[in-house]
Design a protein around this ligand. Structure first.
Ligand code: NCD
Length: 335
């Protein structure tokens, strides 16, 4: 665990531009909407023959993954390449930290390579904040998932997917289902949905997988799928985070599937045009049945496509904020 400071003091410039992207919590609605608007234009661009823009030309993006990932790492890599950046992928899981190098030494080494942006995934909550506090002022830090705390680009790609299919957030009832306790995705989704004005946010989980005081985030809590899914517009399933479960929180996977696994029968509780999402990787037959995951209401693959566009939007905005900040700093220096 790392110490926490006010994230917005860190992630925004003095005139409110994005400089690092660490959490969706507390970011203003206008900024979230701007990210979605920019991402929309990148989705359109990805349908063109030439998929590249020069927004990050001459910049170096280092993907620092202290924890394994397939889709997040590969979509960040593609996003950086489509912005014309040079990209360095460091799977730190298997490199220097294993040899005893400290995080600060790893950072200093990368700074000496003149990286302009660090995309960070780490098993400890607060790691991206810590790095943003300790990097030189001209490096932007993007959180690609820290412990159970936050996964802000995942939440924003989910928001983009919802907006592209449903339009306005205000009339929507959204249910987040499954292992809320261990989920950085759920926390970031809840903050983003609230800020964007979703009508009603529900969480559905067994008591053992609900964090204490989750209601304080502004959600309605259900432990029963039939009641929780009634009339919802969007169902966001979560993966059972078995690697994070220190004790037996569940009787068994098959029991979980019986009560909370999304199949056709449970989907029928939701509105007839309800859509189904999942951040992946999916555990078929544990949280979701293949028939639903691969069915016409599933947006799971759209989420992957939209992930590239959202990551392009976040990276280009953070780089813009970083450069604006640098301009401010050098004016101060001149004064
Ligand atoms: C999520 C993550 O890593 O937090 N997945 C992802 O980013 N694609 C969710 C998960 O692992 O369950």
């Amino acid at each position: 665990m790392f110490e926490a400071t006010d994230p917005n003091a860190l992630q925004l410039t003095s005139d409110g531009q994005l400089r690092h992207f660490l959490t969706t919590e507390g970011l203003p609605r206008e900024l979230l909407t701007e990210i979605l608007d920019t991402a929309d234009s990148f989705v359109d661009m990805s349908q063109q023959q030439v998929k590249k823009v020069p927004l990050l030309r001459g910049k170096t993006v280092a993907n620092l993954f202290f924890e394994n990932s397939t889709r997040t790492l590969s979509t960040f890599e593609l996003a950086a390449k489509r912005l014309s950046a040079d990209v360095l992928n460091l799977n730190i899981n298997t490199s220097s930290t294993k040899k005893g190098e400290t995080l600060k030494d790893t950072l200093m080494t990368l700074e000496a390579m003149h990286a302009d942006m660090f995309v960070v995934r780490h098993a400890d909550s607060g790691a991206a904040h810590f790095i943003a506090q300790h990097v030189t002022p001209n490096v932007a830090v993007i959180n690609a998932g820290d412990g159970r705390h936050a996964h802000p680009t995942q939440a924003m790609l989910d928001m983009l997917t919802i907006r592209r299919h449903k339009g306005d957030f205000a009339p929507l009832t959204v249910a987040i289902v499954g292992d809320i306790l261990h989920s950085r995705v759920a926390r970031s989704q809840i903050h983003a949905l609230r800020t964007l004005g979703a009508g009603e946010i529900r969480v559905i989980a067994p008591k053992t997988l609900l964090p204490r005081h989750i209601e304080a985030l502004g959600v309605k809590v259900y432990t029963d799928m039939a009641m929780g899914l009634r009339d919802v517009d969007v169902i966001m399933m979560l993966r059972l985070q078995k690697e994070r479960m220190q004790s037996a929180l569940l009787p068994s996977e098959s029991e979980f599937y019986k009560l909370y696994g999304l199949n056709r029968d449970k989907l029928a509780y939701a509105k007839p045009d309800a859509v189904v999402m999942h951040p992946g990787p999916i555990n078929r037959g544990v949280e979701i049945e293949s028939e639903v995951a691969d069915g016409p209401r599933s947006l799971i693959l759209d989420q992957v496509t939209n992930g590239i566009a959202v990551r392009m939007a976040v990276m280009s905005k953070a780089m813009g904020g970083q450069m604006a900040q640098r301009g401010e700093l050098s004016q101060e220096e001149q004064a």
